[in-house]
Design a protein around this ligand. Structure first.
Ligand code: 6PG
Length: 478
């Protein structure tokens, strides 16, 4: 029997904010047979969604927060799909006095994890649950199955679990949605997800530069390479869309669209939050960091253009046999992906104990296998690594992953040498090999840094052969 609002007294869930993500998530929820109450500050977005909602779905248009509150089953569950930052605080303020003990507010945006902790505490004092929910997959993911990373009180998650697991992407009949830990665990994991996303995108951009400027490959040749790569162990969403991008011709002028796009990469903040956070935790994550730095450097378009006339460098032409180089690049790229994920997972490992999240790393890898931007075939291997060893301190200690990098490190070195010789920047790849070489070095030259610190600042140092802190009057000993 066709369902309409006449049959439905109260809705299963509510949503505030009908931008692209909010609208698509609402449609996804409704199409999974849940009744949903929708509210947006600008009523036209409500009308638009009501006009376009598929038949047989139950949606209730609400034109004020009171109406939304009265349209929901108790305890109420409301998803906020509004921009991160002060808009969330405003809505929380506006809901004050309307929500009741036991109600659940779910922030589905890319909120800063410390804001989520603050909001959770604020609402907990009023008996209201607050879940920080990272949603990945862009507007298409929201519509047809995102990856959903939730943090907060477990009992609140249980109330909405059924809905979230139904609307999430499914991989091998398992939902890509999970409760990941207390407080801001969900938003924290989403921030690291985005930092990995930055890292992978930077590496792909470098492969593009090496093949385009270095080998002189055309857009259609690049399209072929990327779609071929996507048939291998590199298979991933980002590679798939990269191959697609090189197919698209410009509508406004002759040629491919990619060649017309200004080379300034924008960012909304999650990458730089992660940069600061990795530093605060003292977790080395150089590929994630450099990817943010490269976006910042790309923004200096005017200066770069001047500098390109001022400075000379090698001719960016790679002389190695084309197919050999592409195969080295493919292997180097795989090693780079592994090392990038390793850095992100290692940050999660440290954050997990630092913030008491108790993050299930195997489950995180599992829910990243589908729906999200960093979904990749490799994630199944990563999942298995953490299934085998729950307390794996570093992904590179997993036998299978270690072997993957071992087998490809020669190609990674080769690509980097070629990039340097031809003057094509490859900071992402370089950060991967430097990280790898440093991580596998039992000895690093920082004994010298310790000596310098002690020399100029009497900061003291430890010795390898004796316990304790030592200080030397260096000048007196010269
Ligand atoms: C996702 C994306 C999503 C979004 C970022 C892009 O998982 O769906 O990460 O959150 O694309 O906002 O971030 P930048 O604008 O910083 O590149």
């Amino acid at each position: 029997m066709e369902r309409d609002m006449m049959d439905i007294q109260l809705c299963d869930i509510g949503i505030i904010g009908l931008g692209t993500m909010g609208r698509n998530l609402a449609l996804n929820i409704a199409e999974h047979d849940f009744s949903i109450a929708i509210f947006n500050r600008t009523p036209s977005a409500i009308e638009q969604l009501m006009d376009n909602k598929p038949d047989r779905t139950s949606m209730k248009a609400c034109y004020c927060l009171q109406e939304l509150i009265h349209s929901l089953k108790v305890p109420r569950a409301i998803i906020l799909m509004i921009p991160a930052g002060s808009p969330i605080d405003e809505v929380i303020d506006n809901l004050d006095g309307l929500l009741e003990t036991g109600d659940i507010l779910i922030d589905g945006g890319n909120s800063y994890f410390k804001d989520t902790n603050r909001r959770e505490a604020l609402l907990a004092a009023k008996g209201i649950h607050y879940l920080g929910m990272g949603i990945s997959g862009g507007d298409e993911g929201a519509r047809f199955g995102p990856s959903i990373m939730v943090g907060g009180q477990p009992e609140a998650y249980l109330q909405v679990r059924f809905i979230l697991e139904r609307i999430a992407a499914q991989v091998e009949n398992k939902p890509c949605a999970a409760y990941l830990g207390a407080h801001s665990a969900g938003h924290y994991v989403k921030m690291v997800h985005n930092a990995i996303e930055y890292g992978l995108m930077q590496l792909i951009a470098e492969t593009y530069d090496l093949m385009s400027r270095g080998l002189g490959l055309s857009a259609s040749e690049l399209q072929t390479v990327y779609s071929d790569w996507n048939q291998t162990e590199l298979s991933s969403f980002l590679l798939e869309i990269t191959a697609d991008i090189f197919k698209v011709e410009d509508e406004l002028a002759p040629g491919y669209l990619i060649d017309k796009i200004l080379d300034k990469a924008m960012q909304k903040g999650t990458g730089s939050w992660n940069f600061a956070e990795a530093m605060a935790l003292q977790v080395p994550a150089p590929t994630l960091d450099i990817s943010v730095t490269m976006r910042n450097l790309s923004a200096l378009k005017k200066e770069r253009t001047i500098a390109s006339d001022l400075f000379s460098g090698p001719i960016p032409s790679i002389t190695m046999e084309r197919n050999d180089f592409i195969e080295h690049l493919r292997k180097a790229f795989f090693a780079g992906i592994v090392i990038t994920f390793s850095q992100g997972m290692s940050q999660l490992f440290t954050a997990s104990s630092k913030y008491g999240y108790h993050l299930p790393l195997d489950q995180i890898a599992s829910i990243w296998r589908g729906g999200c931007i960093i979904r990749a075939q490799l994630l199944e291997k990563i999942r298995l690594a953490y299934c085998n060893q729950n307390e794996l301190a570093h992904l590179l200690f997993d036998d299978s992953i270690r072997q993957d990098v071992e087998d490809r490190q020669a190609s990674l070195r080769h690509i980097i040498c070629t990039a340097v010789e031809s003057g094509i920047p490859a900071p992402g790849f370089m950060s991967c090999i430097s990280y790898f070489d440093s991580y596998r070095s039992a000895h690093l030259p920082v004994n010298l840094i310790q000596a310098q610190r002690d020399y100029f600042g009497a900061h003291s140092y430890e010795r390898m052969d004796m316990d304790g802190q030592f200080h030397t009057q260096w000048k007196e000993r010269i």
